[in-house]
Design a protein around this ligand. Sequence first.
Ligand code: TYD
Ligand code: MG
Length: 459
Amino acid sequence: MKTRSEFICAECGYKSTKWYGRCPGCGSWNTLEETSEEYEAASVLGKKDIHKRRTSDSSLSVKLRDISASDNIRILTGISEFDRVLGGGIVNGSAVLLSGEPGIGKSTMLLQVCAALGNSEKLLYVSGEESQGQIKLRAKRIKAETDELYIFTETEINNICDEIDVISPDVVIIDSIQTMYDDESASAPGTVSQIKNCAQKLIRYAKTNNCAVVIVGHVNKDGAIAGPKVLEHMVDTVLYFEGEKQHSYRILRAVKNRFGSTNEIGVFEMRENGLCEVENPSEMLLSERSDQVSGNCTLCVMEGTRPILVEIQALVSPTVFPSPRRMASGIDYNRVSLITAVLEKRLGLKFSSQDVYINVAGGLHIDEPSSDLAACIALISGYKDIPVPDNVIAIGEIGLSGECRGVGYIENRINEAVRLGFTKILIPYKNYLKLQKNKKYGAEIIPVKSLFEVLKLFI
Ligand code: TYD
Ligand code: MG
């Protein structure tokens, strides 16, 4: 046996054979940690042993058409927002990484998943952060007391594997991977190589036992999964649980999913007795609208296959600075600069002498170009100090010459707007042409070719 030492960055997982003060991968200072690993030198094994290990000549690979697809049986949790993000429940024997900032509600969410599953499946909840008493208190608070839920407070990974052996659960939850360590590994607890090691052991163990594993990972302040970015490669599904601390609602998003799409989101609200599913996020986001104030306009964005209505707010006021201020929250700053430039150039509105503050109500982040038209209307409304009527919603992308471009999923967006009582729907002319002529939508559909037509609405 020989040992070889390696340096791994605690932030990004960059590997190197020598030490650097500054990680060449992510640029952080003093994050490279030494790890040593034992290996068998090839010369000891002998080349022959490496290349010719198999004794029989029969093939081990299988034809694709002979593999049955029923291997991927899914476990439905019954929490539909959670199931949807996973692509229809937890796949048997899969590995899921749930990451989010501390205190966002990961433990609460998983305990609720346990509660929903606990009467049909056998579950093992391993906690390295909380005591049994604390978990019991939380379970009481969210009324999550079920028969087949086993709680294990342990941080040593081999003990956990032994426990999995004894209980043979359908789902194992590890809360959190940062608290786990491996007795057999030489590196210090909490380092990247420990975390990597533990996760690898767990996933391999769980897969061979056909048990799904859900791993909680904390996120550091930059939003990267603390230390082990490497974990993302090992698991089948990576979920991010996000939300603003000031707001009570949380969004669950899949960023990698081997068993489903990654553009679905789940919306939850944190209440005193746990997380509640929000089936109609639009209603929630529009519930605090103030009426008849200038600078506000509603728009519709698609989150996966779901249309979500949000309000965009613009405050336009004369500047006292040499160069006007632009501030954007919930929407891309550069997009706002671009839109104000288009409004200035094409419509002659003097935004260069105005400060512009733009905000998406409710803390949602929108990055779809279909929100441009509503942003323009909010800005014009704010500039002219004329309120947009409450029953108006605007959907469309704005080009640099002020033209309104078509967007996707127009019917879904219109239907959602009508469902929430909007009666005037501004859509791109190109989309309008493709709508069925005789169909009644229950609202007035107004085609928009360019920003000039929008300006007319305000005169
Ligand atoms: P938690 O699940 O412990 O977060 P994480 O595991 O991601 O670190 O959630 C903790 C926060 O959630 C805490 O600030 C209190 C709040 N909370 C509620 O508002 N209602 C509840 O029913 C529970 C259990 C927690
Ligand atoms: Mg927790």
